[in-house]
Design a protein around this ligand. Structure first.
Ligand SMILES: NC(=O)C1=CN([C@@H]2O[C@H](COP(=O)(O)OP(=O)(O)OC[C@H]3O[C@@H](n4cnc5c(N)ncnc54)[C@H](O)[C@@H]3O)[C@@H](O)[C@H]2O)C=CC1
Ligand SMILES: O=C(CO)COP(=O)(O)O
Length: 298
């Protein structure tokens, strides 16, 4: 293992932004499925030899990626993805668990559009891990323009980061249908209540939903066309086909698959999740205006 070295895995929007940010203080390697013309780009094997890894690949791809590529060798890992696996309903910490000991893994959450981070604009992030020691190890890597906080509430951060993507789709629909700011604020506020209710079933802490991981990321994502998920909602409100919206987007919108996971989990555990349910139905083809009527009745 290359002691004290750090690599980002995944050179999409978020991986590239994290690579830029972390490179302010030290040399940081980066790797991706397809070679990129980026400073310190290395092959996957070289990256996996680093002591510190930041993994920024889409949530739905992680299990297969771990099975195919990953061998635990004492690495310390930060997971940058936000989503719940649709096929199993498992949270990312559950997917990583057979591969990485709990004390070696942390999860990044909080409001952080890659497009702003890559410009060096200020933001605040939470590193969520059962190990504060792990947070202390990663904290010095972050540049001055990113303020980091520690939380032990991994599941709270995971639920918040994943759920807000589904709510951002709903908010994009609201905007596209010109329902007004009152409706949008109501939707976002009720969405926050809904994600907390959902999270409680999995033992998430209420405080995570009121801070950066919950309200912070939700207010950001559900209020801006910079969000891919919000743009999916806008497209749906214009009666565009989901496959066309996603093709035009050309980047991951985690809320699409996460809405399937939430639907299955809320059925299994009998959780009241009206907004996520309607998003799921609209993604399956329901007219957004009918969804609105049903939401107002529910
Ligand atoms: N873009 C943003 O502002 C933020 C994104 N995130 C999260 O980070 C994750 C990644 O998002 P982005 O980088 O923005 O998406 P993106 O669509 O820009 O890039 C995804 C990257 O993952 C790689 N990838 C896809 N499938 C793969 C596989 N099977 N094996 C290896 N690599 C694979 C792609 O080649 C691409 O480089 C998502 O879970 C997203 O929710 C979190 C915070 C901010
Ligand atoms: O998670 C994000 C910002 O914190 C990015 O959101 P989108 O994936 O919707 O662009």
């Amino acid at each position: 293992m290359r002691k004290n070295s750090i690599a980002v895995i995944g050179a999409g929007k978020w991986g590239s932004a994290l690579h830029f940010a972390l490179s302010q203080k030290q040399e940081v390697f980066i790797t991706s499925r397809t070679p990129r013309d980026v400073k310190n780009f290395v092959d996957l094997q070289t990256a996996l030899e680093c002591e510190y890894l930041v993994i920024a690949i889409p949530a739905q791809e992680i299990r297969a990626w771990l099975k195919e590529n990953f061998v635990f060798n004492g690495q310390k890992i930060l997971v940058a993805s936000k989503g719940i696996e649709a096929s199993s309903g498992e949270f990312l910490n559950e997917i990583y668990a057979p591969f990485v000991p709990e004390k070696n893994i942390g999860f990044i959450s909080g409001p952080s559009f890659a497009a702003e981070v890559i410009k060096g604009l200020p933001c605040a992030l939470v590193i969520n891990s059962s190990s504060k020691k792990l947070y202390k190890k990663f904290e010095p890597f972050f540049p001055n323009f990113i303020k980091t906080y520690y939380s032990s509430d991994v599941i709270g951060a995971e639920v918040a980061g994943a759920y807000k993507n589904v709510l951002a789709i709903a908010s994009g629909i609201c905007e596209g249908l010109n329902l007004g700011k009152n409706a949008q604020a109501s939707l976002i506020a009720r969405g926050l209540v809904e994600m907390q209710r959902f999270g409680k079933v999995f033992k998430a802490k209420k405080s995570s939903f009121l801070g950066l991981s919950g309200a912070g990321d939700l207010f950001l994502t559900a209020n801006s066309t910079m969000s891919r998920n919000f743009r999916v909602g806008l497209g749906l409100s214009q009666d565009k086909k989901l496959e066309d919206i996603l093709e035009e987007l050309g980047e991951v919108a985690e809320g699409v698959q996460t809405s399937v996971a939430i639907q299955n989990l809320s059925r299994k555990y009998e959780i009241y999740t009206p907004i996520a349910n309607e998003v799921n139905l609209v993604l399956l083809g329901k007219n957004p205006k009918d969804s609105l009527k049903d939401l107002l009745k529910s």
